[in-house]
Ligand binder design. Structure first.
Ligand SMILES: NC(=O)C1=CN([C@@H]2O[C@H](COP(=O)(O)OP(=O)(O)OC[C@H]3O[C@@H](n4cnc5c(N)ncnc54)[C@H](OP(=O)(O)O)[C@@H]3O)[C@@H](O)[C@H]2O)[C@@H](O)CC1
Ligand SMILES: Nc1ncnc2c1ncn2[C@@H]1O[C@H](COP(=O)(O)OP(=O)(O)O)[C@@H](O)[C@H]1O
Ligand SMILES: [K+]
Length: 505
């Protein structure tokens, strides 16, 4: 399990640890880890650290301190290190002294780092420090972003923007210290300009922003450097890995029969969208339930493709017993099946059209678990905001919906999140690490809903069913695509292979 903790929790853990350690010990640990990763990158790119050109972008706090101490270590190994001081008066004094002792040089940006002064823009009037800093960045083999870390608010300030842009355009490897500067550590939001890193070296624990888009994309690959923090049991965010999912997946035992394994009911599809029914059943058949029952108007199409399905053309209420329902994919405008399913005292997954048709108070009143699986557009409609607002603040949107509906919410998209209600089966939001944009293909959400519904029927709690399904679905998407476009049915067919991969570790 990979976990992420909020800034508040990290700060508290740091305080506890610092009280027990000699002054500066934590920063030395952080800087040593950072320098080791930088040296490894330089070794890979240029063959050695000696003679390489390193530029440190240094802000006003301890994030800059980390960069300065790491820079000093690289300078001692023969790198030419230039520290660009964005707030010269407030740069970490001991770190700066260490860098100077090691032979590093400095360039000072003298305009106010709030960017309100005339000297901070590049172009006519750009002050000498900025010009020299930009030239150094362009020539660098490695740029280290120590502008701001967990103490940051908002996007990059104007003086830092041209430097971040130059770093991105240069051929240099860009390493962010703790976080890419300008992203929100707790939410993954990017409400201004942020620095794009190839790699982020983060300390003590992942921060939520490193796992959630859009910030995640700015971080590049993430390396965690342990500094000995003692963190609480319940993280803010958790990302399952193979072993975690393997523990969740239902495996039939000697006593199992199809009913004991769970029957999943699929109330999906319509005369207009029969394919959604077929794809949801395709996902459900690969999800571990012992049988799939289909209730709806697309039974002929379902049977033609999957003769093992138990088909009924009457409503869900008359379709026979199930241990979980999936309702909504391709359902059109018929609210009847949604209401019937919500009245059943079994776990229910609501997707697609079902989300629009479900009565919120009926969802809140349920005592059996409910799992809502919106994409950003559907979540936005439920919340009464624009789609862009959901995409910019996924974590907040998923939590807000879970709270409003008293349900577990699986928010699909570039970062799929699963958030439970307050009284649910765990408070940490799950973030899916296996996603791939090849999954952005019509009908792949229908496959996911069938798969997650099947896991619900097999007895998994909603948060586990949603996150295990998203995990398998992502792996299946990767397997099916293997670098080329695929259709949703290919993703469904790749689920058994993904399942095997997970069980084999
Ligand atoms: N504590 C520990 O034990 C350890 C901590 N470690 C390291 O310390 C880092 C946290 O350091 P920190 O607390 O000094 O904050 P930091 O992120 O450097 O910001 C400093 C100041 O920047 C400013 N600022 C705000 N927003 C800004 C923006 N958008 N753009 C530009 N500037 C902005 C704002 O000051 P303002 O200008 O608003 O007065 C803020 O106070 C952490 O991420 C890790 O790297 C490691 O060494 C491990 C041990
Ligand atoms: N950019 C992306 N990166 C990763 N996964 C994505 C991306 N865009 C969409 N997906 C995934 O593809 C699936 C699409 O589901 P959905 O939007 O419901 O489509 P449909 O309704 O056509 O089935 C979801 O599992 C979603 O998480
Ligand atoms: K940083």
């Amino acid at each position: 399990m990979r976990t992420a903790y909020s800034v508040e929790t990290v700060r508290a853990a740091e305080r506890d640890l610092m009280a027990r350690l000699p002054e500066g010990a934590l920063m030395r640990r952080a800087a040593a880890g950072l320098a080791a990763v930088c040296a490894e990158l330089l070794g890979r790119g240029r063959g050695r650290v000696y003679g390489s050109r390193v530029v440190l972008l240094v802000g006003s706090g301890d994030n800059g301190g980390d960069a300065l101490y790491a820079g000093a270590r690289l300078a001692r190994r023969g790198a030419g290190v230039t520290a660009v001081l964005l707030a010269p008066e407030r740069a970490h004094a001991a770190g700066l002294a260490a860098l100077r002792r090691a032979g590093g040089r400095t360039v000072e940006i003298t305009g106010p780092d709030t960017g309100t002064g005339p000297d901070t823009a590049v172009g006519t009037g750009a002050e000498a420090g900025t010009v020299a800093a930009l030239a150094a960045v362009r020539r660098a083999d490695l740029v280290v972003d120590g502008i701001v870390g967990i103490g940051g608010t908002g996007g990059l300030r104007p003086a830092a923007v041209p430097l971040a842009e130059a770093a991105e355009r240069s051929g240099a490897a860009v390493v962010a210290v703790d976080l890419p500067s300008g992203v929100d550590a707790d939410t993954g939001e990017v409400r201004g300009t942020a620095l794009r890193a190839d790699l982020t070296v983060t300390f003590g624990t992942h921060k939520p922003g490193l796992l959630v888009d859009p910030a995640r994309e700015y971080a590049g690959s993430v390396r965690l450097v342990g500094i000995g923090l003692d963190l609480p049991a319940e993280p803010e965010l958790e990302a399952l890995q193979h072993a975690d999912v393997a523990r969740l997946l239902p495996v039939p035992g000697a006593e199992s029969d199809k009913y004991r394994r769970g029957v999943v009911g699929i109330a999906a599809g319509s005369a207009r969208y029969p394919g959604a029914a077929v794809l949801a059943v395709a996902g459900a058949l690969r999800g571990g339930a012992g049988a799939v029952r289909y209730a709806g108007p697309a039974g002929r199409d379902v049977i033609a493709r999957f003769p093992e399905t138990l088909v009924s053309d009457r409503g869900p209420k008359h379709a026979g017993r199930v241990q979980a329902w999936v309702v909504g994919p391709g359902a059109g405008d018929d609210a009847g099946p949604v209401a019937e399913v919500l009245a059943a005292d079994v776990p229910v997954l609501i997707d697609a059209d079902g989300l629009r048709l479900a009565d919120a108070s009926a969802v809140r009143a349920r005592s059996a678990p409910t799992l809502l699986t919106p994409h950003a557009g559907e979540a936005a409609a439920l919340l009464g905001v624009e789609r862009e607002e959901v995409e910019a603040g996924r974590l907040a949107a998923a939590r807000e919906l879970a709270g409003r509906y008293g349900a577990t919410v699986l928010l699909k998209g570039s970062t799929t999140l699963v958030a439970g209600p307050k009284d649910g089966d765990g408070t940490a939001v799950r973030v899916n690490p296996t996603g791939t944009s090849w999954l952005a293909t019509a009908g792949s959400g229908d496959v996911l809903s069938g798969l997650a519904g099947s896991l619900l029927a097999a007895g998994l709690p909603a948060r586990d069913a949603g996150s295990a399904a998203a995990y398998l679905h992502g792996l299946a998407g990767r397997r099916a695509a293997d670098g080329a476009p695929v259709g949703a049915h290919d993703v469904a067919e790749a689920i058994p292979g993904a399942w095997r991969d997970v069980l084999r570790g």
